[in-house]
Each structure stands twice: as structure tokens, then as C-alpha cells.
Design a protein around this ligand. Structure first.
Ligand SMILES: Cc1cc2nc3c(=O)[nH]c(=O)nc-3n(C[C@H](O)[C@H](O)[C@H](O)COP(=O)(O)OP(=O)(O)OC[C@H]3O[C@@H](n4cnc5c(N)ncnc54)[C@H](O)[C@@H]3O)c2cc1C
Length: 486
């Protein structure tokens, strides 16, 4: 247990208990502590950050993220969280995105300075010569229809893939434009993903505001961000963080959650509790009486997961000066190049020695179900072939080390109608609140959704304690032209 470094304000009421130290739990803890409430957070593992985590690779000694995490400028609550936690300066904002067409030609996507949203990315789209002119114009027309269609959908509504085909989109247009954006943003393939979710990605990320599409890439490891820097900020606000402390059961009934039971069997009384675990863990933690009192959790049983793979590669030479690449129509979707100081660490001689003679790249493949049927050498060969196609230096480069990390339950699968099933943060049990990217936020399974859910849960706790607060950060403002057109 980490004792609070300081107790900046008088905290006379019992603490709010938060179970789960992923971004949802951390965001809720931060906002409640800022409001002067006592908070105690229980995390099952020894590190904070949940799915946004890093590990020390035994082969190279380096601290690497399980998978690269990036945000977008439209993720206003994640940005707000980063500013409040003092980590915002640890991200680079990229407003020129390097796309590589199937023949290896580079096309940069950047907002035209002379065009307002939603037209600002039009010149970049029209320059994508790996699409025919008729495909480029067809994409523009379909984007227009997508942005203006009603958002409501149910479980039997078409997927975005089916809808695009109905609109006459060709297979090359789907593979080289729509999939490139949506598979990464939603973590799901187009033949499974929700049309309304796809609409949100394009409207919020590309059409409403001219800066919304910019990508925020951490300069350091996720562990340094969330397990070290955010934890230090929380401790300075008096939050008690219990690491390696799994909660085994929540006890209570429809009138309230009365206590929690820890791994050692001891119980602990509860005043207010935020359950911020992944959705798959929620059911197993509730006592039968609490489960009966929470009918809104029943649909979680049907919530499916989608995998994401990170392929970590250490070469004997630099492949490119670019920090990232988006690969169009290939096996690999994104490649990131991380500066060495970020993966090595003082005091880790093995990591530093490895870092000094290797160059690190990470390939990311979302919705990576197909990888389970491939051998590791086949996956590495496919990624290397992609790199060789876009970076000539990769053809001669020697691969010094590699690692494939697939998270099978990386994100929830954003199927049609899912939003009608996602539970709100305030449950039917008065002192029991939910947080997690899977709760009702309207966002895909992202850090933004996790932070939003944490803020909404904190709002609900404050409301129960008689304080009405709006904690959510506003969305980026829509341009006047976008307002008028969309
Ligand atoms: C491979 C991969 C790539 C991704 N890429 C991106 C990206 O580029 N951009 C982006 O925005 N998002 C990305 N995501 C999604 C993002 O990581 C998640 O949406 C976000 O981290 C979810 O946060 P959370 O707090 O809701 O849940 P989690 O991170 O799952 O946190 C839940 C926490 O609860 C803890 N816990 C569970 N049971 C108990 C218990 N009984 N007692 C105590 N604690 C418990 C867990 O250990 C965990 O720390 C990616 C995810 C993965 C896996």
C-alpha cells in the first residue's frame, strides 16, 4: 500500500472506494481527489494503467508497451486528464500523417490551411492516387451521406461494411480508405463494426473541427505515464493506492453495496464504490443479491472482444527518419518508430546496451483475429515484407530481436446496436457506480472512453454527496461550415 504523501484537505467522510487502476479508475480517482474527497483505489496487479501498460522484455531488457497507444486531438477528456495529471507534455501531436500506398509511394495527410472544416482534408483525400478518380469522388459522396444520416441503430442494423457496399463503394475503396481509418479507430473489422460508431469516428475525428484528426503519440512508455507519473499525482492529492490488491467480492443488495471482500477474506465497509474493472470481471465480483439488483449488467454477457497485436522489432540500423507510417492495403496497419531513450532505463545495463546498438520499431495490427492461424515466423515475415515495401533500408536490415504481443481482449467489439446495451455509470444500486471504456460513453473502446467513464462516475458520486458538478470536458467546437453542412 502506498501511503498518501500529503493530505491537502480535510477529508472527514469515508473514502470513495475504486476497484481497478486502469485509466477509468485513475480518472475517477483524480477528479474526486481534486474535489477534496478521500479516495482509496484497489488494483489487482502490481502496476497501474490496466490495458495501457508496459512490461520489461526479458530478451532485450527494455521496457516496452504491450502495444502502442495513441490518442487523437478530438479525445478532449483524455487530453484534459493528461493536463490535470501533469503528463500532457509527454505526448507529440502529429498533424501530418504519413500514408504509404500499396506501391510504396508516400502521401501525407494534412489539413489545408486555406479550407475550413469539414473540407480541410479534401485535398489530401483527392491526392490519394492509389484510388481511381471515381473512387475518390465516390468516397467524398459517401462520407457526406454517412455524416448526415440519423445516428440511431439497433442490433439488426447493417454493419458499416454492409452499408458501404449498399452505397456502391468498391472493394479497393473499402480496403484502401474506409478500413485504413476505421479498423484502427474502432479496433474491429468493417464486416462486424457498427455503422453509428463509424459515423462518429468520421464526424468527430475528421469533419467537425480542422485539428481533430491530429494524433497524439506518447514519447515515453505507458508505464512511466500511468504507473509512475499519474500515480505520483494521485498520491500528492492524498489518494491511497493499494497495488497487488484484488477485490474478490462485492456484498450487498438492492439498497446498497455494503462491503467488499479482499483476497485474504477480510471484509471492508463501503460508503460509495466505483467498479472500474473490465466488463468480463464484473459478473464474477458481484454477490448473488447484488447481481439480481443490477439487471442493467445482464447484456454484458453478450459483449464480445476484439484482439490487437503489437509486433516489436529491433533492427541493426535505422529504417526511416519518420516517426510513424500508415500502411494502405497491407497486413501491417501502422508502424511507429520510438526513440531509444524511451525504451531503455537508467540502471538497466542490459536494456541500455541493447538500445545502443539496435533500432526499435513497432507494427500494430488491429482486429488481428487472422494472426491466430499464423506462425510467429510467418507474422514476422509478413511485417518485414511490408516494411521492405515502404522503407528501402529495411531490405538489407538485420532483425536483431522480435516479439509478438497479441491482446485477445484488447477492446470490446463495437457491433451494431451496442450503445443501447452499455450500462450507465450510475447503477440501480444507489452507492454503486461503474466506470470502464465499456460503459455508456458513446465512444469506442479507447482511453478517451475510459477517462470519460471515470469522469461520469465521479460526477455521479459527487451528485450523491449533494454536489452537482459537470466534469466532462467539452468536445472540440464544430466549425460554422460543418454546423451548416452536417
Ligand atoms: C493492444 C491494445 C492496443 C490499444 N490501443 C489503443 C490506442 O491506440 N488508443 C486508445 O485510445 N486505446 C487503445 N486501447 C484501448 C485502451 O487501452 C482501453 O480502452 C483503456 O485502457 C481501458 O481502460 P479501463 O480503465 O476501462 O480498463 P482496464 O485498462 O482494463 O483497467 C481495468 C483494471 O481493473 C483491474 N482489475 C480487474 N479485476 C480487479 C479486481 N478484482 N480487483 C482490483 N482490480 C481489478 C485490472 O487489473 C485493470 O488494471 C488499446 C488496448 C489494447 C489492449
Amino acid at each position: 500500500m502506498t501511503a498518501p504523501a500529503t493530505a491537502p484537505r480535510e477529508r472527514t467522510q469515508p473514502p470513495v472506494i475504486i476497484i481497478g487502476g486502469g485509466l477509468a479508475g485513475l480518472a475517477a480517482a483524480l477528479r474526486l481527489a481534486e474535489e477534496g474527497l478521500a479516495v482509496e483505489l484497489f488494483e489487482a496487479r502490481s502496476v497501474l494503467g490496466g490495458r495501457a501498460a508496459s512490461y520489461r522484455d526479458p530478451q532485450t531488457g527494455e521496457l516496452i508497451d504491450h502495444c502502442q497507444h495513441v490518442g487523437m486531438a478530438c479525445c478532449t477528456n483524455f487530453h484534459d486528464f493528461a493536463v490535470r495529471a501533469g503528463i500532457a507534455d509527454q505526448f507529440d501531436r502529429l498533424d501530418k500523417l504519413h500514408f504509404f500506398g500499396p506501391d510504396g509511394t508516400r502521401y501525407d495527410m494534412q489539413a489545408a490551411w486555406w479550407l475550413p472544416a469539414p473540407l480541410h482534408l479534401g485535398p489530401s483525400l483527392l491526392a490519394q492516387a492509389y484510388l481511381t478518380w471515381s473512387e475518390r469522388l465516390g468516397i467524398a459522396r459517401t462520407l457526406w451521406r454517412l455524416a448526415r444520416r440519423p445516428q440511431r441503430e439497433g442490433a439488426s442494423s447493417p454493419t458499416i461494411g454492409a452499408w458501404l457496399r449498399e452505397q456502391g463503394q468498391t472493394e479497393p475503396a473499402i480496403e484502401r480508405f474506409w478500413s485504413v481509418v476505421l479498423v484502427s479507430a474502432l479496433g474491429e473489422s468493417l464486416d462486424r463494426a457498427s455503422l453509428a460508431a463509424a459515423q462518429k469516428v468520421f464526424v468527430d475525428g475528421f469533419l467537425n473541427h480542422r485539428g481533430a484528426y491530429a494524433v497524439d503519440v506518447p514519447r515515453t512508455s505507458l508505464r512511466e505515464l500511468f504507473d509512475v507519473a499519474v500515480a505520483a499525482k494521485l498520491a500528492s492529492l492524498g489518494v491511497r493506492i493499494q497495488r497487488g490488491a484484488p477485490v474478490r467480492e462485492l456484498l450487498g443488495d438492492a439498497h446498497g453495496c455494503s462491503s467488499i471482500r479482499g483476497e485474504d477474506g477480510a471484509t471492508r465497509d463501503v460508503e460509495d464504490l466505483i467498479l472500474a474493472t473490465p466488463w468480463r470481471r464484473v459478473g464474477e465480483l458481484l454477490s448473488p443479491e447484488l447481481a439480481t439488483a443490477l439487471p442493467e449488467l445482464a447484456p454484458l454477457a453478450s459483449l464480445a472482444a476484439s484482439p490487437i497485436s503489437g509486433v516489436h522489432l529491433w533492427f541493426d540500423r535505422d529504417l526511416t527518419p519518420l516517426t510513424h507510417a500508415v500502411l494502405v492495403g497491407r497486413f501491417t496497419q501502422w508502424v511507429f518508430r520510438r526513440e531509444r531513450h524511451a525504451t531503455a532505463a537508467p540502471g538497466h545495463a542490459q536494456a541500455n546496451a541493447h538500445a545502443s546498438h539496435t533500432h526499435y520499431y513497432q507494427a500494430v495490427i488491429s482486429a488481428s483475429r487472422d494472426l491466430s492461424a499464423m506462425t510467429a515466423p510467418a507474422i514476422i515475415a509478413a511485417v518485414r515484407a511490408d516494411l521492405a515495401a515502404i522503407f528501402p533500408a529495411a531490405r538489407e536490415a538485420v532483425l536483431v530481436a522480435h516479439k509478438i504481443v497479441t491482446e485477445r481482449e484488447a477492446v470490446f467489439s463495437y457491433r451494431p446496436g451496442l450503445d443501447t446495451l452499455r450500462p450507465r455509470q450510475q447503477t440501480h444500486v444507489p452507492n454503486l457506480f461503474l466506470a470502464g471504456d465499456w460503459t455508456c460513453t458513446g465512444w469506442p473502446s479507447t482511453m478517451e472512453s475510459a477517462v470519460r467513464s471515470g469522469y461520469l462516475a465521479a460526477e455521479a458520486v459527487l451528485a450523491r454527496r449533494g454536489r452537482s458538478r459537470q466534469l466532462l470536458a467539452p468536445d472540440l467546437p464544430r466549425s460554422r461550415l460543418a454546423e451548416w453542412l452536417l
